[in-house]
Ligand binder design. Sequence first.
Ligand code: PAF
Length: 282
Amino acid sequence: MRDLPIVRSVADLRASLSEFRRAGESIGLVPTMGALHEGHLTLVRTAKAANTRVVATLFVNPTQFAPHEDLSAYPRDEAGDRAKLAEAGCDLLFAPDVSEIYPQGFATSVSVAGLTDHLDGIARPGHFGGVATIVSKLLLQSLPTRAYFGEKDFQQLQVIKRLVRDLDIPVEIVGVPTVRDTDGLALSSRNRYLSEGERRIAVILPQVLRETAVALAGGGPAAPVLDRAKERLLAAGFTAVDYVALCDEATMQPLSAAVSGSRVFVAAHLGRTRLIDNWKVG
Ligand code: PAF
């Protein structure tokens, strides 16, 4: 397998992408923080099917870690990730250092109001500001034709769609359905931290989520159904539940009963590992 070409500076990224553009190529961008799994590789393959070139980014973005989260413990395997990206058909990897992205004196941040008022906007203070800032930078650095993000991070996807619209960034944002293990658990870089026992408990999360979505589809009061889902997760062995919530997909505001365009969102902890997932109602 060929070595995937890698660039580390914005100048080199722009030079490579200008060549692609001069040759009339379309560019699909797949931003990642590495520790790649089948979910990321599905983003790459989806991008490959719709664009003539695929560029991935690998950058563990320090500004999207909440104060209580451990940036230094985030898994890193650049060589392994590079090989997987090459295998999946990626054409170029942008893997900058922190100083390339946030040079001395960096003072700007992008914040998206409203969509970040609930769920991970509360559970992970500062997280979406960090995401919105890095994604804005990556999109402006590369100016791709399309950029690809997983629906597992549904609130993030909505934040990115909004910032692109509000800041007039000329790119199509494509949401890609969540990739799941055969037992239903959504793939996540964090799953590697689960012990065997925790992995057995983790599978309850998508089950409860799906059943909660079905129970809410009739349109009755959401609160008792959501409370019951939380109790079931705790009874199954989850150590804490940040939220089980019903929200409008477009506004990410909580709903007291399901309407068209509702989705159930869950964030729960198994020991030191935090898992999130979501499921469309109806
Ligand atoms: O979803 C992720 O992996 C990250 O939040 C992203 C979009 C690459 C920004 O750092």
